[in-house]
Design a protein around this ligand. Structure first.
Ligand SMILES: [Zn+2]
Length: 58
């Protein structure tokens, strides 16, 4: 993998072997794009549900 700090090609471990900075991926890098899409879709669905419940309530 590529180190985000020094851009060196390093082995996948907790710390970069080149600059010794942590290589822990961020939550959105850890998750696949599909997971993020599902999360986003679920959030959109929830927002639509709230929107319609407010609309019906009025
Ligand atoms: Zn590095």
């Amino acid at each position: 993998m590529k180190c985000p700090h020094c851009n060196a090609e390093v082995e996948e471990r907790n710390f970069c072997s080149n600059c010794s900075k942590p290589l822990k991926p961020k939550w959105y890098q850890k998750n696949s794009p599909l997971t993020i899409f599902i999360l986003f879709a679920a959030f959109a669905f929830l927002a639509i549900c709230v929107y319609f419940s407010v609309l019906m309530g009025l």
